[in-house]
Design a protein around this ligand. Sequence first.
Ligand code: ZN
Length: 291
Amino acid sequence: MLVSMKQILDRANAANYAVLAPDIFSEIDARAFIEAAEDMNAPLILGVAYPTTNDLSFLGRITVMLAQQSRVPIAINLDHGADIVQVAEAVRGGFTSVMIDCSMLAYEENVARVKEVVDMVHPLGISVEAEIGHVGSGEDYEAGKGLTDPEEALRFIKETGIDACAVSIGTAHGAYKGTPHLDFERLEKIKAMTQFPLVLHGSSGTGEENIRRACRSGINKVNVCNDLLKAAYTKISGTELVGNQVYDFWPIIADTLRDSVKQQIDITGSTDKAWNVTGPGLPRGAVTMKE
Ligand SMILES: [Zn+2]
């Protein structure tokens, strides 16, 4: 079933677990991830970002159709929305949540732009995620850079009226240069002060133990992309496709993505956290080639 991100994250916040938020590029990975969520009886948040598609509203619409057929709660979120035009495109595509990322701007400007989006989409029942502090790129990773100030986070949440807050505690987007150092003390302080749904960006390459601890320490949404693509790439690279087996190309990718997401759902602690589970769910075997 299609739900807002707020419905998913308020429950996760109240019961102290996290929900996985993988980025999607197409129908193939969207199906694989929803199937994984159904297998794990878990809620799921699908992220779509502009760098991965130039046709956001189309991808949104087909993903809405998949989510509506699902037997578990699914939210569709604009990942790293840059401006109000991208937000409007996501609304047109049926997204149930948007992230507006102005974390690189000065505090007052960040608040003003986020508030504008909150005022625009809340009347439509659409949730808003925004970021305070700044999660940078792993390519120029530097431990301790751009970390979220707990008091500023509390002020940011109150002044913007958002539904989920992305925080910077030592992770980075993409592959890390060096070893990630997570500031769990800072995370625990932010959680204690805000009691609010918190989001972790840049979980790929951060390590299972770090992610498990972050989910125990106040994170409620874990964004992941790079690790999933890497798993699919590694599988395909190591698979020799001969003759008509080449038709197995997409199913191999779909199977690998599904298995990887199931493992990660388990790490976040959201297994069996789906509610109102009814109906047969998504028709299986859509990504197959039968001779
Ligand atoms: Zn991110």
